[in-house]
Design a protein around this ligand. Structure first.
Ligand code: TXA
Ligand code: MG
Length: 337
């Protein structure tokens, strides 16, 4: 299949012609990748079972892992549910559009394979001008997992999508690099509290100001609350070690491996890169927001270097640090403390 690519610069006015071409392909039951504020999504008409099946096929995604339905506004959200706990209105007012995904009781408007047969559906209003313009043009919910081959790091640029999915999908809307860089926070909306199924762009501290939050432990369980939890994620092409300690400790681990003849890459913030010697430096900037924004690009970049091993610092689990560490722990092959 030929993959069409539209270049939409975020700085200039959004090209309406490109948006309507992309929307027409989605309406015709094809798959189109689009930018959101977190990562690129791979879209298909969420009400069309055979269109949604193409997402699973293109990504190699396990059939039992449900998808997020993306909508442009609250009115479209309400079309997918019959009733919502009262506090959800307050969450929507505070965080939507934004990197928060609500798992709520579905009314069955979306195709069965969107929810992988569950009674609940995940819904999100993304905060990205191109995504919102596309969703408004579609006027149907758009199912959209991250637009990567299953198991690989999520795409934060159109080039990442191209790398993984060209020839397998009908189009890519290129809206430039995404902002947040890690995926949305997924919450299960229970009667009087929410459970964080996946930490992400909206932090626990932010949500707690509105509704009590019950935390789920980050582990792979037999019967996961969110099907996505049991699968391998974000795997880079070389082993990734997390080293929990100061710069001396990180340097020691790297030096030992280099002595064995390995080429070692260091994935860290600039302040650490300046102090530690490695064969390849992968810069994550300085703030935790920078780290989130640059993480997946660096996990992908490693395959273009000749490194045999990637060593990462361990990040503080405050704010967006919770999402960063959640992803790194899934991506790692060893934790050294
Ligand atoms: O930021 C994001 O959330 C991006 C952009 C494209 O919106 N999307 C994304 O989708 O990360 P995906 O499919 O890679 O991750 C969605 C997660 C999966 O772990 C899935 O298992 C979970 O949400 N999920 C979806 N529907 C669910 C449901 N009904 N109950 C529990 N978990 C659900
Ligand atoms: Mg994903």
């Amino acid at each position: 299949m030929e993959t069409k690519r539209w270049n939409i610069q975020r700085e200039t006015e959004i090209n309406k012609q490109f948006i309507s071409e992309a929307a027409a392909l989605l309406r015709a039951g094809e798959t189109v990748a689009f930018p959101t504020e977190t990562v690129y999504g791979l879209g298909a008409d969420a009400t069309n079972q055979s269109a949604v099946a193409k997402i699973f096929a293109a990504k190699g995604r396990p059939q039992d892992n449900p998808l997020i339905a993306h909508v442009a506004n609250v009115e479209q959200f309400q079309q997918l549910v019959d009733n919502l706990p009262d506090y959800v209105d307050d969450l929507i007012a505070a965080f939507s559009p934004g990197p928060l995904t609500y798992v709520v009781e579905s009314n069955g408007v979306c195709a069965e394979n969107v929810t992988a047969g569950l009674s609940t559906i995940a819904v999100r209003i993304p905060d990205h001008p191109v995504a919102l313009e596309l969703l408004r043009a579609c006027n149907f919910p758009v199912a959209g997992p991250s637009a990567n081959i299953s198991g690989k790091p999520s795409p934060t640029t159109a080039d990442h999508v191209y790398e993984d999915l060209t020839g397998r999908i009908a189009g890519i809307v290129d809206g430039g690099p995404t902002g947040v860089g890690v995926e949305s926070t997924v919450i299960s909306c229970r009667e009087n509290d929410v459970v964080i199924l996946r930490p992400g762009g909206i932090t626990k501290e932010q949500i707690e100001k509105i509704v009590p939050v019950t935390e789920l432990r980050n582990e792979i369980v037999d019967k996961p609350a969110s099907p996505g939890m049991k699968y391998k994620h974000y795997s880079p092409d070389v082993p990734l070690w997390l080293v929990d300690g100061d710069t001396e400790k990180i340097q020691k681990v790297i030096a030992e491996e280099r002595e064995k003849g390995k080429k070692v890459a260091l994935l860290a913030r600039d302040a650490i890169l300046e102090l530690v010697e490695a064969d390849v430096s992968l810069s994550l900037g300085s703030s935790l927001e920078d780290v989130a924004n640059k993480l997946y690009d660096n996990l992908r970049k490693i395959k273009k270097s000749d490194a045999d091993l990637m060593v990462s610092e361990v990040f503080p689990e405050s704010g967006i640090g919770q999402a960063i560490m959640n992803r790194l722990k899934k991506a790692m092959t060893a934790y050294i403390s």
